[in-house]
Design a protein around this ligand. Structure first.
Ligand code: CU
Length: 346
């Protein structure tokens, strides 16, 4: 896993220097240290691509975006200790998950209603697969795919001075993703455990606050984000509430390229209630074994095309791994993930 992660990181850094090129590409000739006004056109005026709802737009400006996210989860953890499938089953289960892959395609649209209020919406398509090991030595895989939960709302800028900005994230999530997905297991076709479902089944509030700063060739930011479930879904449960704290710094190598480093702390709760049809002999089916917290580190690169037909298009990549996890286990931990994205404002 570590090798895979560093290979991705090296590729990103390599790509950065390849596109940085020997000649600096000039988009505007303002000295970034002269101004104390926020510069929207800097390549690093957008956060690392794995951060959502990181920026606002000026009045009348539109932005389209696409993100692709891949996450690999393995092995199982009990608390902060990694355990084998046999040890995971030892906690009283006939089956242990061994790894899980999640892919997401996210299409977003933003519109600056005023200089302070940006409207945003995001559609997602989710693809999940999980491998399992049975006590008798057999293995099997379940998979699900389809539309995820639809996210929409506003970003309200409340401070903009001295190259620093603060906005409130006022988003919501609508239960458009299926949460009754079934799959073939050794016990027949059954409703799949909570982590294999595509949506929460509940309306969720996604409140947050984002702080951004830029100075000379550096920029930085911080974001606190919550996921608050509003009530229970039709299957009598709600996924756990979530809390995410992000902090990042970025360095502008040229007008076109910036690199970033991000640290993320996450904390999420157990499933509240229980789906009576999710009753397989595996830890992922237990509502009280879903909570956890983690600290993840990411390296990223942003690139903005300076001229030609792609002028103003932004592309970005970010990859990361978990450096510490404490999970109500047995539960699969995050091994590594990568996010690729494209953005264009009009
Ligand atoms: Cu935008």
């Amino acid at each position: 896993m570590t090798t895979k992660f560093f290979t991705i990181l090296l590729t990103l850094v390599g790509a950065t220097f390849a596109v940085a090129g020997p000649e600096p590409l000039i988009i505007d000739d303002k000295n970034p240290c002269d101004s104390c006004k926020w510069d929207d056109h800097r390549v690093d005026s957008h956060a690392p691509i794995g951060v959502m709802g990181d920026h606002t737009h000026g009045k009348g400006e539109w932005m389209l975006s696409y993100r692709y996210m891949f996450m690999d989860m393995r092995p199982n953890y009990i608390g902060s200790n990694q355990v084998s499938p046999a040890q995971a089953r030892g906690a009283g289960f006939a089956v242990a998950p061994t790894n899980m892959q999640t892919q997401m395609h996210m299409a977003g649209i933003m519109y600056g209603l005023t200089d302070n209020l940006t409207l945003a919406a995001m559609f997602s398509q989710v693809d999940k697969s999980m491998d399992h090991a049975v006590a008798n030595g057999a293995t099997f895989r379940t998979s699900t795919n389809g539309m995820g939960d639809f996210k929409f709302g506003g970003l309200l800028k409340i401070f903009d001075d001295a190259c620093q900005r603060v906005h409130l994230n006022l988003m919501m999530s609508a239960p458009t993703g299926d949460f009754k997905e079934t799959g073939l297991t050794p016990l027949g076709v059954r409703r799949l455990p909570y982590p294999m479902q595509l949506g929460s089944g509940t309306w969720d509030l996604l409140p947050g606050i984002t702080y951004l700063g830029q100075k000379c060739d550096f920029s930085w930011g911080g974001q606190l984000l919550g996921t608050v479930r509003l009530g229970e879904n039709s299957e009598d449960y709600a996924l756990g509430n979530e809390f995410t704290a992000n902090g990042w710094v970025a360095y502008r190598l040229s007008d076109c390229v910036s690199t970033s480093f991000r640290a993320t702390y996450k904390n999420w709760g157990d499933v509240d209630g229980r789906d009576a049809l999710i009753n397989l002999p595996v830890a992922t089916a237990r509502p009280d074994l879903r909570a956890g917290e983690s600290l993840d580190l990411f390296g990223g690169v942003n690139y903005m095309f300076p001229c030609g037909i792609f002028k103003g298009h932004r592309i970005a990549a970010e990859a990361g791994t978990s450096v510490w996890q404490d999970l109500d286990g047995p539960q699969l931990g995050m091994d590594w993930m990568v996010t690729l994205g494209w953005q264009k404002a009009f």
